[in-house]
Design a protein around this ligand. Sequence first.
Ligand code: BDP
Length: 716
Amino acid sequence: MTSLKIVFCFLLISFSAFAQKDYKLWLQYDQISNSQMAQEYNAEIKGIVSLGSSETSKIALKELELGLNNMLGNKIAVKSKFEGSNNVIVGAKSNLNSELLKTIQDDFNAINEEGFIIKFISLKNKKQIVITGKNDIAVLYGVYHFLRLLQTNKSIKNLSIADSPKTNIRILNHWDNLDRTVERGYAGFSLWNWQKLPDFIDQRYIDYARVNASIGINGTVLTNVNANALILTPQYLEKVEALANVFRLYGIKVYLTARFSAPIEIGGLKTADPKDIAVANWWKDKAKEIYKRIPDFGGFLVKANSEGQPGPQNYGRDHVDGANMLADAVAPFGGVIMWRAFVYSEHDANDRAKQAYAEFQPYDGKFKDNVIVQVKNGAIDFQPREPFHPLFGAMKKTPIMMEFQITQEYLGFSTHLVYLPKLFQEVLEADTYQAGKGSTVAKVVDGSLYKNKLSGIAGVANIGNDLNWTGHPFAQANWYGFGRLAWDPYLDAGVIADEWLRSTFSNNENFIKPVKKMMLQSRETVVDYMTPLGLHHIMDTGHHYGPGPWVSNLSRPEWNPTYYHKADKNGIGFDRSKTGTNATAQYASQVEKIFDNSETCPEQDLLWFHHVSWDYKLKNGQTLWNGMALKYQEGVNEVHEMQNTWNNAEKYVDEERFKEVQMLLGIQYKEAKWWRDACLLYFQQYSGKELPAGVEKPTQTLEYFKSLKFPFAPGN
Ligand code: BDP
């Protein structure tokens, strides 16, 4: 080989070694560097005994081998019987022999169908570790949990864990189009290569299923809510089937979005009226056709009569008619309809924030058993901060599932580091008071508040075909955190950040402590430099990239930022109290009382619920104008802090990921200043006041910021 070739090969090898780190997400399985823990693991784990023979048990065994061999740095023996002690015995309940079963029989009472047990037992006086559950998928979850304990350097001595997911449907919503563009996607194109399917199974599909299983995700909606009926044609269903065959082994069910007008577009019918027998039959036949191919097909997600999508209202029917008609079609096969409550109309002069509740709440108790209503976390649209949606807890006879957005449509795309589990946790912990104190949103979505049979959490995916899946290395944490919270909505965002950092980067405390702090602060930081004090939806038109508080010329009034901030000479904010649109009345009275009064309303939501004067006194004694300007500045300063934190982390991180994050934080810093300057210059026209001391002078004029155009912003 010439020396040039050698250099080239070296570059190639080192490139792929680095690139793999990014690609491997939180399943790095780096060798344990903490000698004390390495010693413990090596003493406690001598062999693996795999008791299953299904494809899924083979996957579990392979994962365990991969993880243990890499982390322990030596090859762990795989045995067919449990000879000796300190084996990790893996197998579902039905594969355990009676002796083994006897030792853990009672533990099975503590788990549900998807739950797992990890336990130290003594068998014929020999210590063993058992990982089991009621089926192979549950065992796979247990294997990932066990590996996570090692990845995060937890002691495994005398383990006794019984853990079950608290929700039934833990699902990603891909807003992926058939041409592979991704609506609100910032990590490349869609993973689904429809042109090469069904014959070509991209390794990515397998890796996707694997990482999702590692966090307990059990469903995926492959297609955009702004649906294309073609996905329901045989040509595409064959491709969907191929994906379902891959995902099934990892416990992931496939779902599709159903375009309500499909009976017309691909069925040749004249109408899609849900009360028309031919239409109902068309859907029944379609369901039959799908289930013939995919016996465990999950069901449909539907966006109807929302933002121009067709729906039952086109025929004078309502959401109940539409949802129940589809529910009947999938019910014989155990399918579910996830019907979205994201509705608002340009013909409705009512406050947009009130419309979903006004329309859906009266439907309570009218949906069929296999319908679950999917509600966004807040009443507008995935803003950096929104008070919880008033529908949570307000439908006592209807299961409601959460829709979070993992992709950062309104939070700086895949360019800004924003750790979303903080946002998710804030919403899940919110008390709706709908069934008395303690009626948290988490209890609504896990079904425990009203004892629903169905429950679920959906997350709009931030995944694309970028090498690192999510565009920003730290956006991987949002996927991870979503999965962990879908499994257990009571988990703490700090604990999740800790797990993720250790599994993804390093267990070194000098790295973990500052970087975790940075992650946990990052959500408040984005609120500070974009939409402090309850401001919302002031992003630029269409693509939602960058500030656009001045936009007021869109055809639909409720798409204009000016509709939301209502800045004028007298002040700023949307009066949703009794003196305004009375949106506060949609909450339980205890919550209503708090939100309705500007003095008791949490300051973080002030301008969401109240229009207050520029001189309004904030809790810290500042006037609203000064306080707001200082918040914008604080946001910018905090991003600068993040840069410092990251720069200090250099020695704990591989070069490639270090540099990526460093560059992205550089952009975030620039853009935080852009947000600050553009918003303050614009609002200053109304406040007529000087910037307070401590706020940097804007770098450009308002006219300059208004002139910026982004015709090719991604995801639009
Ligand atoms: C908004 C997005 C739009 C989606 C819509 C939805 O801007 O692209 O189609 O929500 O959730 O956030 O249906």
